[in-house]
Design a protein around this ligand. Structure first.
Ligand code: KE4
Length: 423
Protein backbone atom coordinates (compact mmCIF):
# COMPACT_ATOMS: atom_id res chain seq x y z
CA UNK A 1 0.00 0.00 0.00
CA UNK A 2 2.78 2.46 0.91
CA UNK A 3 5.44 0.74 -1.24
CA UNK A 4 6.99 3.88 -2.69
CA UNK A 5 7.01 5.65 0.68
CA UNK A 6 8.63 2.60 2.27
CA UNK A 7 11.26 2.44 -0.48
CA UNK A 8 11.98 6.17 -0.18
CA UNK A 9 12.20 5.86 3.61
CA UNK A 10 14.78 3.06 3.27
CA UNK A 11 16.73 5.27 0.86
CA UNK A 12 16.37 8.30 3.14
CA UNK A 13 17.73 6.46 6.17
CA UNK A 14 21.03 6.00 4.33
CA UNK A 15 21.67 9.74 4.11
CA UNK A 16 19.38 11.48 6.62
CA UNK A 17 19.40 10.67 10.35
CA UNK A 18 16.32 8.53 11.04
CA UNK A 19 15.29 9.20 7.43
CA UNK A 20 13.64 12.48 8.38
CA UNK A 21 14.54 16.13 8.78
CA UNK A 22 12.50 16.45 11.95
CA UNK A 23 12.07 13.61 14.47
CA UNK A 24 8.29 13.52 14.94
CA UNK A 25 7.84 12.87 11.19
CA UNK A 26 9.42 9.42 11.61
CA UNK A 27 6.12 8.11 13.12
CA UNK A 28 8.09 5.97 15.58
CA UNK A 29 5.73 6.87 18.42
CA UNK A 30 2.83 5.24 16.57
CA UNK A 31 4.73 2.13 15.40
CA UNK A 32 4.58 3.29 11.80
CA UNK A 33 6.78 4.88 9.15
CA UNK A 34 6.33 8.16 7.30
CA UNK A 35 4.32 8.71 4.16
CA UNK A 36 6.35 10.59 1.58
CA UNK A 37 4.14 13.35 0.23
CA UNK A 38 4.12 14.09 -3.51
CA UNK A 39 1.71 17.03 -3.55
CA UNK A 40 -0.93 18.87 -1.52
CA UNK A 41 -3.92 21.05 -2.32
CA UNK A 42 -6.65 22.38 -0.06
CA UNK A 43 -6.93 20.03 2.91
CA UNK A 44 -5.69 17.02 0.93
CA UNK A 45 -2.26 15.39 0.75
CA UNK A 46 -1.28 12.92 -1.99
CA UNK A 47 1.48 10.48 -1.09
CA UNK A 48 4.18 8.97 -3.30
CA UNK A 49 1.86 6.01 -3.96
CA UNK A 50 -0.80 8.40 -5.23
CA UNK A 51 -3.09 7.84 -2.26
CA UNK A 52 -5.00 10.84 -0.97
CA UNK A 53 -5.46 11.83 2.67
CA UNK A 54 -7.48 14.42 4.52
CA UNK A 55 -4.81 16.41 6.33
CA UNK A 56 -5.28 17.42 10.00
CA UNK A 57 -1.54 18.17 10.50
CA UNK A 58 -1.31 21.03 7.95
CA UNK A 59 2.48 21.22 8.21
CA UNK A 60 2.13 21.37 12.03
CA UNK A 61 -0.32 24.23 11.83
CA UNK A 62 1.27 26.43 9.18
CA UNK A 63 -1.33 25.83 6.47
CA UNK A 64 -4.43 27.46 8.01
CA UNK A 65 -5.64 28.41 4.51
CA UNK A 66 -5.02 24.87 3.28
CA UNK A 67 -2.31 23.80 0.84
CA UNK A 68 -1.58 25.60 -2.46
CA UNK A 69 -4.12 28.32 -1.75
CA UNK A 70 -4.44 30.19 -5.08
CA UNK A 71 -3.64 33.72 -3.86
CA UNK A 72 -0.58 32.46 -1.94
CA UNK A 73 0.66 30.39 -4.88
CA UNK A 74 0.18 33.33 -7.25
CA UNK A 75 2.12 35.65 -4.94
CA UNK A 76 4.93 33.10 -4.73
CA UNK A 77 5.08 32.55 -8.48
CA UNK A 78 5.36 36.29 -9.04
CA UNK A 79 8.00 36.65 -6.32
CA UNK A 80 10.16 33.86 -7.79
CA UNK A 81 10.48 35.81 -11.04
CA UNK A 82 11.89 38.76 -9.04
CA UNK A 83 14.71 36.66 -7.60
CA UNK A 84 14.83 34.41 -4.52
CA UNK A 85 17.11 36.16 -2.03
CA UNK A 86 18.62 39.63 -1.87
CA UNK A 87 20.41 39.79 1.49
CA UNK A 88 19.09 43.33 1.60
CA UNK A 89 15.80 44.91 2.71
CA UNK A 90 12.75 44.59 0.48
CA UNK A 91 9.32 46.24 0.47
CA UNK A 92 7.46 43.09 1.58
CA UNK A 93 9.44 42.86 4.83
CA UNK A 94 8.03 46.23 5.84
CA UNK A 95 4.53 45.27 4.67
CA UNK A 96 4.55 42.02 6.63
CA UNK A 97 5.89 43.72 9.77
CA UNK A 98 3.12 46.34 9.45
CA UNK A 99 0.51 43.61 8.91
CA UNK A 100 1.67 41.80 12.07
CA UNK A 101 1.62 45.03 14.10
CA UNK A 102 -1.85 45.87 12.83
CA UNK A 103 -3.12 42.44 13.88
CA UNK A 104 -1.23 42.34 17.20
CA UNK A 105 -1.00 45.97 18.39
CA UNK A 106 1.12 44.90 21.39
CA UNK A 107 3.81 43.89 18.91
CA UNK A 108 5.10 47.42 18.29
CA UNK A 109 8.17 46.22 16.38
CA UNK A 110 9.05 42.83 14.89
CA UNK A 111 12.19 41.10 13.60
CA UNK A 112 11.89 38.36 10.99
CA UNK A 113 13.89 35.15 11.36
CA UNK A 114 13.70 31.71 9.72
CA UNK A 115 12.04 29.40 12.24
CA UNK A 116 10.13 29.36 15.49
CA UNK A 117 13.25 28.03 17.20
CA UNK A 118 15.27 31.02 16.06
CA UNK A 119 12.50 33.38 17.12
CA UNK A 120 12.14 31.93 20.62
CA UNK A 121 15.91 31.73 21.11
CA UNK A 122 16.30 35.37 20.09
CA UNK A 123 13.39 36.57 22.24
CA UNK A 124 14.99 34.87 25.23
CA UNK A 125 18.36 36.52 24.57
CA UNK A 126 16.62 39.90 24.32
CA UNK A 127 14.69 39.35 27.55
CA UNK A 128 17.90 38.42 29.39
CA UNK A 129 19.67 41.49 27.98
CA UNK A 130 16.82 43.85 28.80
CA UNK A 131 16.47 42.66 32.40
CA UNK A 132 20.12 41.82 33.08
CA UNK A 133 18.87 38.53 34.53
CA UNK A 134 19.53 34.93 33.47
CA UNK A 135 16.79 32.67 34.79
CA UNK A 136 13.58 31.80 32.93
CA UNK A 137 10.36 30.03 33.82
CA UNK A 138 9.18 27.48 31.26
CA UNK A 139 6.15 25.22 31.43
CA UNK A 140 6.59 21.45 31.24
CA UNK A 141 5.03 20.19 28.03
CA UNK A 142 5.37 23.51 26.22
CA UNK A 143 7.77 23.50 23.28
CA UNK A 144 9.65 26.57 22.11
CA UNK A 145 11.92 24.96 19.51
CA UNK A 146 15.20 23.20 20.07
CA UNK A 147 17.49 25.97 21.32
CA UNK A 148 19.49 24.73 24.30
CA UNK A 149 17.82 26.73 27.10
CA UNK A 150 14.40 25.25 26.27
CA UNK A 151 15.37 21.57 26.04
CA UNK A 152 15.09 20.96 29.76
CA UNK A 153 11.74 19.17 29.32
CA UNK A 154 10.20 20.24 26.08
CA UNK A 155 6.91 18.99 24.71
CA UNK A 156 6.46 18.00 21.05
CA UNK A 157 9.31 15.86 19.73
CA UNK A 158 11.31 15.60 22.94
CA UNK A 159 8.28 14.79 25.08
CA UNK A 160 7.12 12.27 22.47
CA UNK A 161 10.42 10.46 22.94
CA UNK A 162 10.29 11.08 26.70
CA UNK A 163 13.83 12.57 26.68
CA UNK A 164 14.02 14.81 29.80
CA UNK A 165 16.41 17.34 28.27
CA UNK A 166 18.79 15.90 25.69
CA UNK A 167 22.49 15.00 25.31
CA UNK A 168 24.56 17.91 23.98
CA UNK A 169 22.97 20.59 26.11
CA UNK A 170 25.36 21.74 28.84
CA UNK A 171 23.91 21.49 32.33
CA UNK A 172 24.98 25.11 32.87
CA UNK A 173 22.60 26.21 30.15
CA UNK A 174 19.47 24.53 31.52
CA UNK A 175 20.44 25.36 35.10
CA UNK A 176 18.79 28.72 34.54
CA UNK A 177 15.59 27.18 33.20
CA UNK A 178 12.98 26.68 35.91
CA UNK A 179 10.30 24.15 34.95
CA UNK A 180 6.76 24.19 36.26
CA UNK A 181 3.59 22.33 35.27
CA UNK A 182 1.36 24.15 32.76
CA UNK A 183 -1.68 25.83 34.30
CA UNK A 184 0.00 25.79 37.73
CA UNK A 185 0.26 29.43 38.74
CA UNK A 186 1.24 28.56 42.33
CA UNK A 187 4.33 26.73 41.01
CA UNK A 188 5.19 29.72 38.81
CA UNK A 189 4.81 32.04 41.80
CA UNK A 190 7.11 29.78 43.83
CA UNK A 191 9.87 30.30 41.24
CA UNK A 192 9.65 34.02 41.89
CA UNK A 193 9.70 33.56 45.66
CA UNK A 194 13.05 31.81 45.34
CA UNK A 195 14.48 33.52 42.25
CA UNK A 196 12.31 36.55 41.54
CA UNK A 197 15.21 38.99 41.33
CA UNK A 198 17.13 36.70 38.94
CA UNK A 199 14.28 35.84 36.58
CA UNK A 200 14.36 37.45 33.16
CA UNK A 201 11.16 36.05 31.76
CA UNK A 202 8.30 33.61 31.81
CA UNK A 203 7.75 31.97 28.43
CA UNK A 204 4.49 30.19 27.69
CA UNK A 205 2.38 28.89 24.89
CA UNK A 206 -0.82 30.84 25.71
CA UNK A 207 -2.71 27.79 24.44
CA UNK A 208 -0.50 24.71 24.70
CA UNK A 209 -0.30 22.76 21.44
CA UNK A 210 2.79 20.60 21.99
CA UNK A 211 1.32 18.15 24.46
CA UNK A 212 -1.88 17.85 22.53
CA UNK A 213 -4.31 20.75 22.96
CA UNK A 214 -4.29 22.12 26.51
CA UNK A 215 -6.07 25.46 26.89
CA UNK A 216 -5.12 27.82 29.75
CA UNK A 217 -7.40 27.45 32.79
CA UNK A 218 -9.37 30.65 33.53
CA UNK A 219 -7.10 33.23 35.13
CA UNK A 220 -3.84 31.48 34.29
CA UNK A 221 -2.63 33.94 31.64
CA UNK A 222 -3.81 36.96 33.62
CA UNK A 223 -1.89 35.65 36.66
CA UNK A 224 1.29 35.25 34.58
CA UNK A 225 0.95 38.84 33.38
CA UNK A 226 0.53 40.15 36.92
CA UNK A 227 3.30 37.94 38.34
CA UNK A 228 5.87 39.05 35.75
CA UNK A 229 4.92 42.72 36.11
CA UNK A 230 5.28 42.50 39.91
CA UNK A 231 8.78 41.04 39.66
CA UNK A 232 10.11 43.05 36.72
CA UNK A 233 10.33 39.99 34.47
CA UNK A 234 9.15 39.90 30.87
CA UNK A 235 6.17 37.83 29.74
CA UNK A 236 6.94 36.06 26.46
CA UNK A 237 3.99 34.54 24.58
CA UNK A 238 5.09 31.82 22.20
CA UNK A 239 2.41 32.19 19.52
CA UNK A 240 4.12 30.08 16.87
CA UNK A 241 0.99 27.91 16.76
CA UNK A 242 -1.68 30.27 18.13
CA UNK A 243 -0.64 33.39 16.21
CA UNK A 244 -3.26 34.09 13.52
CA UNK A 245 -4.89 30.73 14.38
CA UNK A 246 -6.84 31.13 17.63
CA UNK A 247 -7.85 34.59 16.39
CA UNK A 248 -6.51 36.82 13.64
CA UNK A 249 -4.84 38.73 16.48
CA UNK A 250 -3.58 35.56 18.13
CA UNK A 251 -4.10 34.43 21.73
CA UNK A 252 -3.05 37.81 23.11
CA UNK A 253 -6.04 39.42 21.37
CA UNK A 254 -8.41 36.52 22.12
CA UNK A 255 -7.58 36.54 25.83
CA UNK A 256 -6.85 40.27 26.18
CA UNK A 257 -3.31 39.86 27.55
CA UNK A 258 -0.50 42.25 26.59
CA UNK A 259 2.79 40.27 26.61
CA UNK A 260 6.13 42.04 26.51
CA UNK A 261 7.48 39.87 23.70
CA UNK A 262 5.75 37.57 21.21
CA UNK A 263 7.19 34.68 19.22
CA UNK A 264 5.61 33.85 15.86
CA UNK A 265 6.09 31.33 13.04
CA UNK A 266 4.22 28.80 10.89
CA UNK A 267 1.15 30.68 9.54
CA UNK A 268 3.03 33.99 9.04
CA UNK A 269 5.24 32.24 6.46
CA UNK A 270 2.37 30.69 4.49
CA UNK A 271 4.38 27.45 4.32
CA UNK A 272 7.78 29.08 3.70
CA UNK A 273 10.47 29.05 6.43
CA UNK A 274 9.61 32.07 8.58
CA UNK A 275 9.74 32.91 12.27
CA UNK A 276 9.46 36.29 13.93
CA UNK A 277 9.77 37.84 17.35
CA UNK A 278 8.44 41.20 18.38
CA UNK A 279 7.08 43.29 21.15
CA UNK A 280 7.44 46.60 22.91
CA UNK A 281 9.54 49.15 21.08
CA UNK A 282 11.63 49.93 24.20
CA UNK A 283 12.81 46.31 24.17
CA UNK A 284 13.05 45.67 20.43
CA UNK A 285 15.18 48.79 19.91
CA UNK A 286 17.89 47.14 22.00
CA UNK A 287 18.53 44.74 19.11
CA UNK A 288 21.51 45.35 16.81
CA UNK A 289 22.12 47.51 14.88
CA UNK A 290 19.98 49.93 16.91
CA UNK A 291 21.11 48.48 20.22
CA UNK A 292 23.72 46.10 21.61
CA UNK A 293 21.86 42.77 21.53
CA UNK A 294 23.19 40.80 18.59
CA UNK A 295 20.89 38.73 16.37
CA UNK A 296 21.17 38.17 12.62
CA UNK A 297 20.22 35.90 9.69
CA UNK A 298 21.20 35.54 6.04
CA UNK A 299 17.70 34.65 4.90
CA UNK A 300 15.74 36.70 7.42
CA UNK A 301 13.03 38.63 5.56
CA UNK A 302 13.51 36.45 2.49
CA UNK A 303 11.39 37.89 -0.35
CA UNK A 304 9.66 34.59 -1.20
CA UNK A 305 8.78 33.96 2.44
CA UNK A 306 7.56 37.52 2.86
CA UNK A 307 5.37 37.26 -0.25
CA UNK A 308 3.83 33.99 0.94
CA UNK A 309 3.31 35.32 4.46
CA UNK A 310 1.76 38.57 3.28
CA UNK A 311 -0.63 36.83 0.90
CA UNK A 312 -1.62 34.46 3.70
CA UNK A 313 -2.40 37.17 6.25
CA UNK A 314 -4.23 39.32 3.70
CA UNK A 315 -6.47 36.36 2.84
CA UNK A 316 -6.97 35.33 6.49
CA UNK A 317 -8.09 38.86 7.35
CA UNK A 318 -11.12 38.35 5.12
CA UNK A 319 -12.20 35.01 6.61
CA UNK A 320 -14.62 34.11 9.39
CA UNK A 321 -12.79 32.78 12.45
CA UNK A 322 -16.00 32.22 14.38
CA UNK A 323 -17.26 29.92 11.66
CA UNK A 324 -14.16 27.71 11.59
CA UNK A 325 -14.20 27.60 15.40
CA UNK A 326 -17.79 26.36 15.44
CA UNK A 327 -17.15 23.80 12.70
CA UNK A 328 -14.08 22.50 14.53
CA UNK A 329 -16.00 22.32 17.82
CA UNK A 330 -18.87 20.36 16.28
CA UNK A 331 -16.47 18.00 14.49
CA UNK A 332 -14.36 17.34 17.61
CA UNK A 333 -17.44 16.81 19.77
CA UNK A 334 -18.92 14.27 17.33
CA UNK A 335 -15.55 12.53 16.95
CA UNK A 336 -15.42 12.09 20.72
CA UNK A 337 -19.02 10.83 20.84
CA UNK A 338 -18.37 8.25 18.13
CA UNK A 339 -15.28 6.93 19.92
CA UNK A 340 -17.01 6.83 23.29
CA UNK A 341 -19.96 4.98 21.73
CA UNK A 342 -17.42 2.39 20.60
CA UNK A 343 -16.12 1.93 24.11
CA UNK A 344 -13.08 4.21 24.19
CA UNK A 345 -12.59 6.68 27.04
CA UNK A 346 -11.57 9.80 25.12
CA UNK A 347 -11.43 13.58 25.47
CA UNK A 348 -11.64 15.69 22.32
CA UNK A 349 -11.29 19.32 23.42
CA UNK A 350 -11.21 22.06 20.83
CA UNK A 351 -10.30 25.72 20.74
CA UNK A 352 -10.57 27.80 17.56
CA UNK A 353 -9.37 25.53 14.71
CA UNK A 354 -7.35 23.25 17.02
CA UNK A 355 -8.52 19.99 18.59
CA UNK A 356 -7.08 17.30 20.84
CA UNK A 357 -7.52 13.53 20.99
CA UNK A 358 -6.71 12.16 24.44
CA UNK A 359 -7.53 8.56 25.33
CA UNK A 360 -8.29 9.35 28.95
CA UNK A 361 -11.25 9.32 31.32
CA UNK A 362 -10.43 12.76 32.68
CA UNK A 363 -9.99 16.32 31.42
CA UNK A 364 -6.40 17.15 30.58
CA UNK A 365 -4.64 20.07 32.33
CA UNK A 366 -0.93 19.34 31.93
CA UNK A 367 1.71 16.90 30.70
CA UNK A 368 1.35 14.58 33.69
CA UNK A 369 -2.32 14.05 32.79
CA UNK A 370 -1.31 13.29 29.22
CA UNK A 371 1.28 10.76 30.25
CA UNK A 372 -1.57 8.79 31.86
CA UNK A 373 -3.38 8.57 28.53
CA UNK A 374 -3.69 5.23 26.72
CA UNK A 375 -0.87 5.41 24.15
CA UNK A 376 -1.74 1.99 22.71
CA UNK A 377 -5.24 3.19 21.85
CA UNK A 378 -3.84 6.32 20.23
CA UNK A 379 -1.44 4.22 18.15
CA UNK A 380 -4.25 1.93 17.04
CA UNK A 381 -6.53 4.88 16.25
CA UNK A 382 -3.77 6.64 14.29
CA UNK A 383 -3.01 3.60 12.11
CA UNK A 384 -6.64 2.67 11.47
CA UNK A 385 -7.49 6.25 10.49
CA UNK A 386 -4.42 6.53 8.23
CA UNK A 387 -5.40 3.27 6.53
CA UNK A 388 -8.73 4.96 5.69
CA UNK A 389 -7.11 8.10 4.26
CA UNK A 390 -7.20 10.32 7.34
CA UNK A 391 -3.88 11.95 8.24
CA UNK A 392 -3.61 12.97 11.88
CA UNK A 393 -0.41 13.85 13.74
CA UNK A 394 1.70 10.72 14.47
CA UNK A 395 1.98 11.60 18.15
CA UNK A 396 -0.38 11.92 21.12
CA UNK A 397 1.63 15.03 22.04
CA UNK A 398 0.58 16.99 18.96
CA UNK A 399 -2.60 18.90 18.15
CA UNK A 400 -5.18 18.39 15.40
CA UNK A 401 -5.41 21.34 13.04
CA UNK A 402 -8.36 22.38 10.84
CA UNK A 403 -7.96 24.65 7.82
CA UNK A 404 -10.35 26.96 6.02
CA UNK A 405 -10.17 24.41 3.19
CA UNK A 406 -11.80 21.59 5.18
CA UNK A 407 -15.37 21.06 3.96
CA UNK A 408 -18.38 19.41 5.61
CA UNK A 409 -17.68 16.49 3.29
CA UNK A 410 -14.15 16.17 4.69
CA UNK A 411 -15.46 16.17 8.25
CA UNK A 412 -18.14 13.60 7.32
CA UNK A 413 -15.57 11.29 5.69
CA UNK A 414 -13.36 11.58 8.77
CA UNK A 415 -16.22 10.78 11.12
CA UNK A 416 -17.20 7.78 8.98
CA UNK A 417 -13.62 6.55 9.24
CA UNK A 418 -13.80 6.92 13.04
CA UNK A 419 -17.00 4.84 13.06
CA UNK A 420 -15.07 2.02 11.38
CA UNK A 421 -12.25 2.03 13.94
CA UNK A 422 -12.07 -1.10 16.11
CA UNK A 423 -10.90 -0.43 19.70
P1 KE4 B 1 10.24 25.58 14.44
O1 KE4 B 1 11.69 25.83 14.81
O2 KE4 B 1 9.93 24.09 14.32
O3 KE4 B 1 9.80 26.39 13.21
O4 KE4 B 1 9.32 26.15 15.62
C1 KE4 B 1 9.54 25.69 16.92
C2 KE4 B 1 8.27 25.90 17.73
C3 KE4 B 1 8.22 26.95 18.63
N1 KE4 B 1 7.11 27.18 19.36
C4 KE4 B 1 6.02 26.39 19.23
C5 KE4 B 1 4.81 26.69 20.07
C6 KE4 B 1 6.01 25.31 18.32
O5 KE4 B 1 4.90 24.53 18.21
C7 KE4 B 1 7.15 25.05 17.55
C8 KE4 B 1 7.24 23.89 16.58
N2 KE4 B 1 6.12 23.00 16.57
C9 KE4 B 1 6.42 21.62 16.24
C10 KE4 B 1 5.12 20.82 16.23
N3 KE4 B 1 4.22 21.08 17.26
C11 KE4 B 1 7.13 21.50 14.95
C12 KE4 B 1 7.08 20.12 14.31
C13 KE4 B 1 8.45 19.51 14.26
O6 KE4 B 1 9.24 19.67 15.23
O7 KE4 B 1 8.72 18.83 13.23
Amino acid sequence: MDDTSKRLFTQARQVIPGGVNSPVRACRNVDSSPLFIAKAAGCRLTDADDREYIDFVLSWGAMLLGHAEPSVSAALRAAVDRGTSYGAPCRDEVALAEEIHAALPGVEMVRMVNSGTEAAMSALRLARAVTGRDKIVKFIGCYHGHADPFLAAAGSGVSTFSIPGTPGVPAAVTADTMLVPYNDIRAAEACFVTHGGQTAAVIAEPVAGNMGLVPPVPGFLEALRSLTRTHGALLIFDEVITGFRVAYGGAQTRFGIDPDLTVLGKIIGGGLPVGAFGGKKRYMEQLAPEGQVYQAGTLSGNPLAMAAGLATLRKLKTLNYNAIEERTRAFAAELGQIMRSRGAAVQTPSLASMFGIFFSEKKIRNLEDIKQCNQALFTSFYNQMRAQGIYIAPSAFETGMVSFAHTDGDFAKTLDAARAVRF
